[in-house]
Design a binder for this molecule. Sequence first.
Ligand code: PEP
Ligand code: MN
Length: 336
Amino acid sequence: MLLVMQKGTTEDQVRAVVAAVEKKGYTARPIPGGDRVSIGILYNKGSVDAGHFLGLDGVKEVIPVTKPYKLVSREFRQENTQVKIGDAVFGNGTMPVIAGPCAVESQKQVLAIAASVKKAGATLFRGGAFKPRTSPYSFQGLGKKGLEYLARVREETGLPVVTEVMDTETFDLVEACVDVIQIGTRNMQNFSLLRRAGQSKKPVILKRGMSAMLEEWLMAAEYIMEEGNTNVILCERGVRTFVRHSRNTLDLSVVPAVKKESHLPVIVDPSHAAGVRDQVVWLAYASAALGVDGLMIEVHNHPEEALSDGAQSLYPDQFAQVMEKMRAIRTIIEAS
Ligand code: PEP
Ligand code: MN
């Protein structure tokens, strides 16, 4: 249940309503909104009697929340959540692009790629230091050294850096070094990792599980928000289907579905969906046309020598062209 407060409600009024909710044995969670505060009632078993709260000072209306996810749902918060990272804002109608290689391979490599993606208009840099690889014999990432190389990218370019955290053991280390924490597809339902991310002050990009339904994905985000971290960005990166012409199938239809169900920003990663760069280009255009809140695209200065995901990594020049066309597509959509 959600208690929507009147405009201009004072902190004392909010405190009094929170106290009244807790007195009934429920947990109250104030949620600041654009021009008014709402108070969520959590952990109720069964329905809550609206009559307990309707007459309280400052309470405008009481809305029952019918979804299993609460904090992430549109019922709880009507306005889009905006996640601000450096110069980028996810969720305000703009389309920031996160770009960089699949894996951090050397200081020289990340600095070169960062300079080119920045020039093309990317506002965040990505690169994996701890890599979740299908085979234990594949390159596993540079670990701590990779994080140091990313920190240097931030120093030299001013771009905030995004990297994946694979487990709770390395969480503190990753959290201390980067600006945005990515939880990968393979960890979407790693609940201890989600809870740890929820305790972080850093924004989190939560990728959709390889075969996760919308509800499962939103429930995973709920774990993070429930621990107190409201800066969550959802990322569609393709789901496993029966096809062989692409690595995964980009589920573009999930974007409007997420927007209907949740106030969280949703971005698209066409690189891991497609698996091959020729398709990445077109899926990026389609994503731009869809009005996504941002994109994540893999770029490598020498993709043929990349230690992971070379086939799907765009060449820097190709990325610059894609950025230009995406901007043009976006302009048409916005004008129409
Ligand atoms: C990645 O972004 O490098 C990655 C491994 O992505 P995903 O979790 O979507 O496979
Ligand atoms: Mn990759």
